[in-house]
Design a protein around this ligand. Structure first.
Ligand code: SF4
Length: 499
């Protein structure tokens, strides 16, 4: 289990899920299953095995409050039954009331995988057709392509200002040879993840395979850093002397999420008050400084002390009085809120976020994620887009699908006799996975019956594969029929498919 290192562009199998819980802090999905309204069968069967911070999303869906789901597809080949897991996850969240987003990661496919634009165009269309055929509602949800979404590009640019190369080095192992487009595709992906919150911050889940976790962790970090981004940018537009810059930096250090307490909340309000008063006017002469400081300290504004050198520089008492008034006003608002919420941390955070957004800040909530198991390849090992026999493409001829299942490796014993005696190893069987992940659909009883019959020795691999192969043939025929039906829907969705 040494290959647990998570590399979003590698092809290693995550062989030891337990390590993910211990080393990377991914939480077990089972523990929150009860909190999820109408859990999807992939959740009930443990295919979705882990999450980061999924509670707020589950809660929002339970209470009919705004929530969002987003996932992206790198169009490097045909969509296969492994991708169907993510399609299903997006669609299910949409059906539970979340705003749903699906995007084509064309920049990533081009920069990280070297795909040509012509190949990308063709694959992109195939992914979207399957997504629509499986039930994604394009009128309620949004489909887009990274390279043509201007808002994503703008957000990526802002995010880039908060990320730096050494960070990418430590997270992704980038080095001096890494090309700049690859780095750009990372910030674009961060922008994708935060895009559903651009208009309004809300709990957002990103369903992915565990190899994508580094992206999720970085996005969660950046979300925190971006909360005050626009406010601090307003400050940056003033012409400041180097020592003044230091003071501003110091001020913003205090807004770090780790330092969150009511001091931070006060800082938020002060920042808001400062926003309304041009910095040039913000100053006092030495004689008023003391009384101002006293006022601030009485008002619990002690953290402002380092800024006093600021005020010292260019004076107008009037402007500063206005500031004090503004702060007093804010303080009253704040106190009312404190009473109302009894300053419970979560409520305080929400309030701080409201203020940030009112201030033109992004106010992002750290995105949540859920993780599904990888499907085992039909030939054993990992299911891979580049090994046709290992997977079943959603575009495979139904007859080929049938044949691939018939040729799959199983968890069966060497002889029928042994199988009857000891039972099959369903937990290690790619064919059983097909039943659990796809062929049983919502029917838990059926999946369970296959499992019990297998491990109980009542089911033999020949018949079992025949049944699975027939179901696969039906599924593919049905899916492809639906794909043909939704062609029109894709036209209407008007997503730019040509690069
Ligand atoms: Fe797999 Fe079916 Fe054989 Fe059991 S009986 S090992 S589930 S193919």
């Amino acid at each position: 289990a040494d290959d647990v290192a998570l590399d979003p562009w590698g092809s290693s199998t995550v062989s030891d899920y337990r390590k993910l819980f211990e080393e990377f802090g991914i939480e077990e999905f089972d523990e929150i299953l009860d909190e999820v309204p109408n859990p999807h069968y992939l959740m009930r069967r443990g295919v979705i095995f882990g999450h980061r911070d999924y509670r707020p999303v589950a809660e929002a869906m339970r209470k009919d409050e705004p929530a969002a789901v987003l996932s992206g597809f790198m169009p490097t080949g045909d969509p296969h039954i492994g991708h169907k897991l993510v399609f299903d996850e997006i669609i299910w969240h949409q059906q539970q009331g979340a705003d749903a987003y699906a995007l084509i990661a064309d920049l990533e496919a081009n920069s990280a995988r070297g795909m040509s634009w012509a190949e990308i165009d063709e694959h992109a269309r195939n992914y979207l057709l399957s997504l629509l055929a499986l039930g994604f509602d394009p009128e309620e949800g949004e489909l887009y392509r990274q390279s043509t979404n201007r808002e994503v590009q703008d957000l990526a640019f802002d995010l880039g200002a908060e990320a730096n190369f050494s960070e990418f080095q430590s997270i992704y192992g980038f080095d001096g040879e890494t090309d700049v487009s690859h780095m750009q595709s990372v910030v674009t992906q961060m922008a994708d993840i935060l895009y559903p919150q651009l208009e309004e911050p809300k709990p957002t889940v990103i369903p992915v395979g565990p190899d994508q976790d580094p992206h999720v962790r970085l996005a969660r970090d950046l979300a925190e850093r971006m909360r005050f981004f626009k406010v601090s940018k307003a400050f940056a537009s003033f012409e400041l002397e180097p020592d003044e810059r230091e003071l501003v930096a110091d001020f913003y250090d205090r807004l770090e999420p780790e330092a969150f307490d009511d001091e931070m909340l006060r800082c938020t309000h002060v920042a808001e008050a400062l926003e309304e008063t041009p910095l040039e006017d913000l100053a006092v002469d030495a004689s008023t400084l003391d009384s101002v400081l006293t006022k601030l300290e009485e008002g619990g504004m002690e953290p402002l002390r380092p800024r006093t050198r600021f005020f010292d520089r260019r004076a107008t008492d009037e402007a500063f009085d206005a500031l004090i008034d503004a702060i007093d006003g804010e303080k009253r608002v704040y106190e009312n809120h404190v009473d109302a919420f009894e300053l419970d941390r979560e409520a305080a955070e929400d309030l701080a976020r409201e203020v940030e957004v009112a201030n033109g800040g992004y106010g992002f909530q750290p995105p949540s994620s859920i993780y599904h198991r990888f499907m085992t390849g039909l030939t054993g090992g990992k299911m891979s887009s580049s090994v046709p026999a290992s997977h079943i493409s959603l575009l495979d001829d139904p007859e080929d699908g049938y044949n691939k299942v018939k040729a799959a490796t199983t968890g069966g014993r060497e002889t029928a006799e042994q199988q009857r005696e000891k039972g099959g190893k369903a937990d290690e069987c790619p064919v059983y996975e097909l039943y659990a992940y796809l062929l049983s659909g919502d029917d838990d009883e059926f999946a369970k019956r296959v499992y019990d019959e297998c491990v109980g020795g009542e089911r033999l691999c020949g018949d079992c594969k025949e049944q699975a192969a027939q179901l696969m043939r039906e599924f593919l025929a049905d899916h492809q029929e639906k794909r043909a039906e939704v062609e029109e829907l894709l036209e209407e969705a008007d997503i730019e498919l040509e690069s």
